[in-house]
Design a protein around this ligand. Structure first.
Ligand SMILES: Cc1cc2nc3c(=O)[nH]c(=O)nc-3n(C[C@H](O)[C@H](O)[C@H](O)COP(=O)(O)OP(=O)(O)OC[C@H]3O[C@@H](n4cnc5c(N)ncnc54)[C@H](O)[C@@H]3O)c2cc1C
Length: 545
């Protein structure tokens, strides 16, 4: 793999760019996965990455937004990382596949329904395991987890007409010394790519240009010194994240057209994220059984977390969105496992960590027994135990990204974000919390004290900001009047320009998006390989003829 760093001012112009067949914009989980899948093929691939290998204030500044809607995270670094590897640099590693109902057309969820089916993605979920460092890629999120884990399911299961078991799996980078380090896509990128791939860092894509027939022609990018460069490419894949993918298409306007692929004013619409936060809390005293049942499970060195999701039946019956719950743990300042982790990393906070270890020795012994005997995660010392809920958002065309009049320091217009929340999201969170409370009471488990806003059936608090899952802004649709990309993730009406990432999801489900992003990136890489092979074969045939 060739690596060219264009970050240093004035170096940009001096570097001759290699030729390329496929240009990938962004090296987060989507872009890195596609690059790896295209590695060691006959295709010449260039990755344009705006950031570098280290965080830099001038790169962070390129992620600024103008927010005019619902309150959002004020610090963009907490939700979007402009760096090689993208937001996997700071992500939480939680993976799961969407539920089958997420792909269905649901009469009570406007604009729901995907052009592709759940079953079509299963082989890609399986292949995503390698990229994400998962034990298995599919079939672990429901009750089949118990068989896979070699464990007995709980005897007193929740009522499946209301709630179903749900399991998340944590990504694991086995190359790292710390056993529970997540896969960070930038870390091993250069080793994982073949000689047909070139990575350009400090290269911020600004516009995609097409020819008169609406075929991809080239991409413009800007280096930190403000110089603009053109890279010819007949296949361009935008993998810049849920906000930036829309920003790039909108910024690629030419003449009186309001952006590339935007003939029907769809680019940037349907912005979703997840509403996530506490809907109740538990007394710590007497909560051990609950913590054990809805805790972490260690299966052959891979961690899983147990929770519950709303059943499809109750979603249909009450017209609810999809949602899930799990136990939220706030660690006590003297949690001994944190102290042990610091010792393992040769970075202890002496003498505080030594005192913590001695003081909490019984918890450590119980933890070792749990971990090696019962194969559960380590029990932690907590100061608070909450019921956390994550809720799907309603696709809303007025919740959207447009271009602001304000510009960043490279001269690009900022994304203007007008993010909305729908009343059905509040209703879904109240009902989910109520079902959990009633079911726990019926099963003799500790019941949560519901949060005041849930008890009062008030709207979701404004403290529930976006959680780094920007979704839907270049949604997949069968027709260009309803979305931006087709079932192959190619922009409607524009040949050779593709989009990858959660911006293509028509609906957001309750699930953290990255496993879906990686699975769909593999699917797109397969498609690109197939169409470029067909194009190469027809060129050879034409020459022969
Ligand atoms: C703190 C945190 C915790 C998270 N936890 C989880 C979790 O537990 N589970 C989960 O599933 N997800 C989680 N996420 C979200 C997850 O990180 C994203 O879903 C994932 O990184 C998206 O991948 P992507 O490749 O589509 O986009 P990104 O990761 O956003 O990557 C986009 C890349 O494009 C580059 N770029 C942007 N604009 C341009 C441009 N104009 N030109 C060139 N390059 C550009 C960026 O620098 C970046 O490298 C978390 C995110 C954060 C920030």
């Amino acid at each position: 793999m060739e690596f060219i760093d264009l970050q240093s001012v004035n170096r940009g112009l001096a570097v001759p760019l290699p030729k390329c067949d496929v240009c990938i914009v962004g090296s987060g989980p989507a872009g890195s996965t596609i690059a790896q899948e295209l590695s060691n093929t006959g295709l010449r691939v260039i990755i344009l990455e705006s950031g570098g290998f280290e965080r830099h204030p001038s790169m962070d500044a390129l992620n600024e937004v103008e927010n005019v809607g619902r309150p959002r995270a004020p610090d963009q670094w907490s939700v979007r990382n402009r760096i090689v590897g993208g937001s996997s640099h700071t992500w939480g590693g939680r993976c799961a596949t969407f539920d089958e109902i997420d792909f269905e057309r649901r009469s009570w969820v406007s604009q729901s329904g995907w052009p592709i089916e759940f079953g079509e993605l299963v082989p890609y979920f399986d292949r995503s395991a390698k990229h994400l460092g998962l034990a298995i890629g599919s079939g672990f999120t429901d009750e089949s987890f118990w068989e896979f884990a070699g464990k007995k399911p709980p005897a007193n299961e929740v009522d499946p007409a209301l709630l179903l078991p749900f399991f998340w799996q944590f990504s694991r980078d086995r190359a790292e010394a710390y056993p529970f380090e997540y896969m960070r896509f930038g870390r091993h990128l250069t080793q994982n790519l073949g000689s047909n791939v070139t990575l350009l860092t400090g290269a911020t894509a600004s516009r995609v240009l097409v020819d008169a027939n609406q075929w991809a022609q080239c991409i413009e990018f800007i280096t930190l010194d403000g110089c603009r460069h053109m890279l010819d490419a007949q296949t361009i894949v935008l993998c810049a994240g849920g906000i930036e993918n829309a920003r790039l298409l909108l910024n690629s306007a030419s003449g009186d057209r309001g952006g590339l692929g935007n003939g029907y004013d769809q680019v940037g619409r349907y912005l979703m994220d997840h509403l996530r936060g506490p809907v109740g809390s538990f007394d710590l005293a007497g909560s051990k059984s609950l913590q054990r049942r809805f805790g972490r499970y260690n299966v052959s060195g891979h961690l899983f977390r147990a929770g519950l999701r709303l059943s499809p039946e109750i979603q249909r019956q009450e017209g609810l969105l999809n949602s899930a719950v799990w136990l939220g743990e706030t660690l006590a300042p003297d949690d001994p496992w944190e102290a042990l982790r610091r010792f393992a990393g040769r970075n202890p906070d002496l003498p505080r960590d030594t005192v913590n270890l001695i003081k909490n020795a019984p918890l450590l012994f119980r933890g070792l027994n749990d971990y090696f005997g019962a194969r559960n995660g380590f029990p932690r010392k907590l100061q608070e135990l909450t019921l956390e809920c994550i809720c799907e958002q309603m696709p809303d065309p007025d919740s959207r990204v447009t271009l602001s009049e304000q510009r960043d320091h490279l001269g690009m217009r900022l994304p203007r974000v007008d993010w909305h929340s729908h009343p059905d999201e509040s209703r879904t969170m109240w009902r989910t919390a109520e079902f959990v409370s009633d079911e726990f009471a019926r099963l003799g488990l500790p019941t949560p004290r519901l949060a005041e806003w849930v008890r009062d059936r008030a709207p979701i608090p404004s403290s529930f900001v976006d959680v780094a899952h920007p979704t839907g802004t270049t949604r997949m649709s069968t027709t260009p009047t309803k979305g931006v990309v087709d079932r192959n993730c190619e922009v409607h009406g524009v040949a050779g320009v593709y989009v990858a990432g959660s911006s293509v999801f028509p609906t957001a489900g309750h699930c953290n998006p990255t496993q879906m992003i990686v699975a769909m990136a593999i699917r797109l890489a397969d498609h690109i390989k197939a169409v470029t092979r067909t194009a190469a074969t027809s060129t050879v045939a034409a020459h022969a003829g």
